[in-house]
Design a protein around this ligand. Sequence first.
Ligand code: HEC
Length: 141
Amino acid sequence: MKNVLIAFLIIFGAMQLIQVENENFPIDETKMIKAPEEIMTMLDNSCMDCHSNQTNWPWYSNVAPMSWVISSHVNDGRRAVNYSQWEDYSPEEKKKKLEATYRTVYAVMPLSSYLWLHPEADLTKEQRKQIRDWTGVRNRN
Ligand code: HEC
């Protein structure tokens, strides 16, 4: 039993040597997506940790192996759509990303692993519908 504990501590300790950088970047308000206050509040509460340049990095995001998972979610999320750099997208890209928002907010976003640790970020069916309506995407998929 003692050996298992020691082995665990050594592995856990070694994991901490592989650090990832949890970066934030300044927000340029002129590039932020524009939406009615109600919609912005929902995006702020449920999406911006992974889809903006200002992530609230929790303490456990500095502890491996959680840090690896969280940082890859944020990097992939920012790459997929960054609502705080919205005005950098071309009209074509904006259209695609609104369609993706329409599609994903129905069920798959926010990620379930995130909701597990942030239950307050979950959206009701009605709120999901509000965001979908706001995207202006017609129901054709
Ligand atoms: C815990 C992090 C996290 C949260 C919170 C989150 N997302 Fe995502 N999102 C991701 C990741 C990771 C991807 C996938 C990137 C990929 O597939 O490479 C993604 C992808 C997307 C995409 C692109 C999908 C596509 O097919 O192009 C959209 C749109 C999106 N999310 C919208 C949202 C919205 C809206 C919310 C809030 C209701 C939200 N996300 C909350 C992490 C997150």
